[in-house]
Design a protein around this ligand. Structure first.
Ligand code: IPE
Ligand code: IPE
Ligand code: MG
Length: 264
């Protein structure tokens, strides 16, 4: 009886979710969604589990959200998986985190290929352990000709490091006489970032209740809409993603301009 009731309830909420998905699809879908996947440790702590259990659960959310993002027609999904500051964590936790790309990609690569998803990475790949590099490179190679959604992992990524490197490259061009100082503008800086080939994020989501950027895409997020939720990453699901889309569609983006015409 209870089981039947539960099934009915699940079917009902799934029905509602598909209505909401259909509705969201009629509106404007952000081309680039970036997510700071936070709260794995707290999710585990709430259950008296080690932090790594939270990271493992969080990997399942990555699959869920990749799927729905693809279904929604999002062009680029950037997931902040490991920051340049996360090296400060205990070695065992880091070792586990470095194994996740391999586990994720060995399990889901066939599905990503089938869905025409292109896997990319931003961040400093050189500092990653060999097995992590190998897994990421394999996935990137296997999906390089796909022209569906880009699934972009920010791995060993830090926005300040990215900016420092970009500025060094630009300074070298000036030093070598290949560029004038006056040629440096917005688009020149953007074109020297790791995201040069991607549109800027339209929507940033951060889970876990923290309201900060933690060194994530500081330049690229200049005009992104921000969505903060207290839901912990392992609990973030399709309904949460749809909620963020609904929220986005209610926002009025002005990019510094004024809304409507004829305003004095
Ligand atoms: C996010 O979860 C995953 C990474 C930063 C790698 P956390 O590990 O930061 O989880 P909390 O913030 O401690 O709960
Ligand atoms: C940001 O989360 C980095 C990632 C999600 C990969 P953190 O948990 O590392 O950020 P802080 O320490 O709360 O700022
Ligand atoms: Mg955290």
């Amino acid at each position: 009886m209870l089981d039947k009731l539960m099934r009915k309830k699940t079917a009902m909420s799934e029905g509602l979710l598909s209505d909401r998905i259909a509705n969201v699809k009629r509106g404007q879908i952000p081309a680039h969604v970036a997510i700071i996947m936070d709260g794995n440790g707290r999710w585990a702590k709430q259950r008296n589990l080690p932090r790594i259990a939270g990271h493992h659960e969080g990997m399942k959310t990555v699959r869920k959200i990749t799927r729905i993002a693809n279904d929604l027609g999002i062009e680029v999904l950037t997931l902040y998986a490991f920051s340049t500051e996360n090296w400060k964590r205990p070695k065992l936790e880091i070792d586990f985190l470095m194994k996740l790309p391999g586990e994720f990609l060995s399990t889901y690569l066939p599905e990503l290929i089938e869905k025409n998803v292109k896997v990319e990475m931003i961040g400093n790949v050189e500092m990653l352990p060999e097995h992590t590099k190998k897994a990421i490179r394999k996935a990137m190679e296997a999906t390089k000709d796909n022209d569906g959604m880009t699934l972009n992992f920010a791995m060993n990524y830090g926005s300040r490091l990215e900016l420092v490197e970009a500025l060094k490259k630009i300074a070298t061009l000036v030093e070598d006489g290949l560029l004038q100082v006056d040629d440096i503008d917005d688009s020149m800086i953007s074109s020297h970032l790791m995201t040069a080939h991607l549109p800027e994020p339209d929507l940033l989501i951060r889970t876990s209740g923290e309201v900060r950027l933690s060194n994530f895409m500081l330049w690229q997020l200049a005009y992104a809409e921000l969505s903060f939720t207290s839901v912990l990453w392992p609990d973030f699901d399709e309904a949460c993603m749809i909620h963020a889309m609904e929220e986005f569609q209610l926002r009025h983006r002005r990019f510094g301009s004024v809304e409507g015409e004829g305003t004095i």
